[in-house]
Design a protein around this ligand. Structure first.
Ligand code: SF4
Length: 738
């Protein structure tokens, strides 16, 4: 933090204390545009405002909007420009840290492909229009409370929380529609459903720091699972002192798998059987911690070592080793993520993993009840792929007349077989609230360009609050770069004002948030005291409000579990893994050159797609690094260059999600392939989620070769011992074999 003392009241006055909310941290910019005259007025820094010292940065608190984790930020602002982001140390989620996607938030803000004017479809193409024309069209279509009514209105967004969730709810209830589709391809919906059913809490707090051993069935908690920056911090504590042991079971090595002491690839989709086999072995040896009903014990007996080896492909000595590590290195924490969740029987597999937790007595030690944010309407509405399927169904059934889209790109994410694009053409009036011309935005009838996360106001409540329910404030770090952009909240408020006079009392979204925050009940604004002005100042300065959340209690259910095998598909012998990673995420960051340039954590490939194959499979097909392969499912095919790596199951092929955009600006468009497009529309049976890991494919040689662009150079040491080696004895100790 800079030690420059800024007169905060002066700064707040600038912000428009009474609710104007348009003058921002960036108001000290030397060059300003006088809107009335359309001329530039150059102001010399020889007479800067008192809070501006040229060359010296000042830090302001805000919230990261690059993914749903809700990390707190500090943004460094110099001469009216935001230059650098760091984590807010006061945030209980990220404790002062950020990930590479968070760092790249400034690149989203300064991106040259931002939409800078409202656009309306005229004669088949989108054309720039004035805000007056755009709002007049919006008013005509949705402004009348008697005109737009009921379920023929839909809104599709990514995960929303805080006052954004509240104001969207206001709009949905004003229209009388329940069709708010909250879509996220990267999600933990199945894990949450199992936690709700078996523990009584959807997102219990996971105490990595109290665990001696973590067994993860495909939960990439350092990459894409729940709250990566938070868990990276927890992982660091877990490894300090008496070093905890990490075991990762997954068909394709993730960032977390790459850090594990023991990494194993079970046959894809058989993780549930492995969990039950480990549980049975532990019970058989009498190593368990908890009392287990005899019916459960009995049901587990069929999962003996040889039966489980046959199903999972994991050798019996490895199963024994995992069981002994869990009991000898405990307390244990057992978790499950994407590669276990996203199958047709994903729920049963995750429930089997949870049963292992209950047998090990994790509840009350490494797993505790969550403290929920007290104000229910502001809690995160977590996105799911189930909503993507429901959206596609509604569009196909022509049941929507008006659709709003915000902060999501279903046209990119939906498998081709869902025909979502065709469905979109059935909607009479589509409005995109968007920063970029992505695949969904370019199909809209009206495009409303919105502020970046660095320019807008907001409040956020993370779904995973790390045991400390917190409201994180998003405040603008600088003036909007483009004068013809608007805040999403302001636009929502304007629409509500068109429909009802109840909202006229709020000058703008800033005023709405400010009024709402300072008037929140004492149990919500627990960490903030004083009169309204002091409270608001405090919140602006710290960026977080630690609420007095009520800690629930867990009610574990030790019930019988059964492994249900996945369906075989003789024509398609390989398993397709549409892998996601910290970087391009679900494809939303493919337009950021920093993240295109950041090597994938495992393959080190940059700026493109690849198909990861095990050396055995590559040899079988006569393939080497850089050769092209065709990956074909019943729903389509993609071609990509091969990356040969031992960290994948021999019967699997992984193609990363993120590339293959047909729109989305100069850095993303026309680069690589999108594996989501060839997924079959299979659903997880209990939750209705899209079973993204269940599609079976063939892999064939496409008989082409090119240089694979990756930053790894050679993957062998050429005998030069750059990497330290460990003795077998020391390795066994790390793995827990004592
Ligand atoms: S995990 Fe990374 S991208 Fe997501 S909110 Fe935190 S810093 Fe931002």
């Amino acid at each position: 933090m800079s030690n420059v003392k800024v007169n905060r009241r002066k700064f707040l006055k600038m912000l428009g204390w009474g609710g104007a909310g348009t003058a921002l941290a960036g108001c000290d910019m030397p060059t300003t545009v006088t809107l009335e005259e359309g001329k530039e007025e150059v102001v010399s820094y020889l007479m800067p405002e008192e809070y501006v010292i040229p060359g010296i940065g000042v830090w302001y608190a805000s919230t990261c909007t690059q993914c749903e984790a809700g990390c707190g930020l500090h943004g460094r602002v110099r001469e009216g420009r935001v230059l650098k982001l760091e984590g807010n140390p006061d945030s209980p989620i990220n404790h002062g840290n950020t990930c590479l996607m968070g760092q790249a938030g400034v690149q989203a803000h300064y991106n040259p492909d931002r939409i800078t004017s409202p656009m309306m479809r005229k004669g088949g193409s989108l054309q720039n229009v004035s805000w007056d024309d755009a709002m007049a069209e919006l008013s005509k279509r949705v402004g009348s409370a008697s005109g737009l009514k009921g379920d023929r209105f839909g809104m599709v967004t990514g995960t929303v929380s805080g006052h954004q969730a509240v104001i969207i709810d206001e709009l949905m209830s004003s229209v009388g529609s329940k069709n708010h589709y909250v879509t996220e391809v990267v999600n933990t919906s199945v894990w949450s459903a199992v936690c709700r059913d078996m523990l009584g809490d959807e997102l219990p707090t996971l105490n990595f720091d109290k665990a001696g051993v973590v067994l993860s069935f495909g939960a990439d908690f350092m990459g894409t699972w729940t709250s990566p920056v938070h868990y990276m911090g927890e992982y660091a504590k877990f490894r300090k002192g008496k070093r905890g042991a990490l075991i990762q079971i997954e068909p394709k090595m993730t960032l977390t798998g790459g850090n594990a002491d023991l990494w194993l690839a079970a046959n894809p989709g058989t993780e549930g059987a492995l969990a039950l086999g480990i549980a049975n072995f532990i019970l058989d040896r009498g190593w368990n911690v908890n009392d287990v009903p005899s019916s459960v014990r009995k049901s587990l007996q069929q999962y003996n070592l040889s039966a489980v080896e046959k199903v999972t492909g994991i050798a019996t000595d490895k199963i024994k080793r995992i069981a002994s590590m869990l009991t000898e290195r405990g307390p244990a924490l057992v978790i499950a993520g994407a590669s276990t969740e996203n199958h047709e029987n994903g729920y049963d597999s995750v429930a089997s993993v949870m049963l292992l937790n209950l047998i090990m007595g994790s509840v009350g030690s490494t797993i505790e009840a969550n403290s929920r944010f007290p104000e229910k309407s502001m809690r995160a509405k977590q996105g799911s792929s189930k909503d993507l399927l429901l959206l596609a169904k509604s569009l196909k059934a022509k049941s929507l007349d008006v659709l709003f889209t915000y902060n999501t790109n279903p046209s990119y994410s939906a498998p081709a077989v869902l025909q979502l694009d065709e469905g979109l053409s059935n909607v009479g009036f589509k409005v995109a609230f968007s920063m970029f011309p992505d695949e969904t935005t370019v199909k809209a009838d009206l495009v409303l360009p919105i502020f970046s996360g660095m320019e807008d106001w907001g409040t956020h409540v993370a779904a995973y609050g790390a045991g400390e329910p917190t409201l994180s404030l998003q405040q603008p770090l600088m003036e909007p770069l483009y004068k013809e952009t608007r805040g999403f909240g302001d636009l929502m408020l304007n629409i509500l004002k068109m429909r009802s006079k109840d909202f006229d009392k709020f000058a703008d979204y800033y005023g709405y948030i400010q009024t709402a925050v300072v008037n929140m009940p004492a149990n919500v604004v627990g960490s903030v005291t004083g009169d309204h002005a002091d409270m608001w100042t405090n919140i602006l300065q710290t960026g977080v409000i630690k609420a007095k959340g009520e800690k629930g209690s867990l009610t574990p259910k030790l019930v019988e579990m059964k492994y249900k095998p996945q369906q075989e598909n003789a024509g398609y012998p390989m398993h397709l893994i549409p892998s996601t990673g910290l970087g391009l995420w679900d494809g939303r960051h493919a337009n950021l050159p920093w993240l295109q340039e950041a090597p994938d954590q495992i393959s080190k490939v940059v700026w493109g797609s690849w198909a990861e194959l095990h050396p055995k499979k590559a040899a079988e097909l006569g393939l080497k690094n850089g050769d092209y392969v065709r990956v074909t499912s019943a729903s389509g095919s993609v071609e990509a260059q091969v990356y040969v790596h031992k960290g994948i199951h021999p019967d699997a092929v992984a193609v990363p999600v993120g590339q293959g955009h047909t729109e989305y600006g100069r850095y993303a468009k026309g680069r690589g392939v999108n594996p989501m497009k060839i997924l079959n529309p299979l659903m997880e049976r209990r939750t209705g989620e899209l079973a993204t890991y269940a599609t079976r494919v063939t892999v064939s040689n496409a008989h082409q070769h090119g240089k694979l662009v990756h930053m790894g150079g050679s993957e062998i040491q050429m005998g030069r011992k750059f990497v330290r080696t460990v003795s077998a004895d020391s390795l066994r100790r790390t793995e827990g074999e004592v």
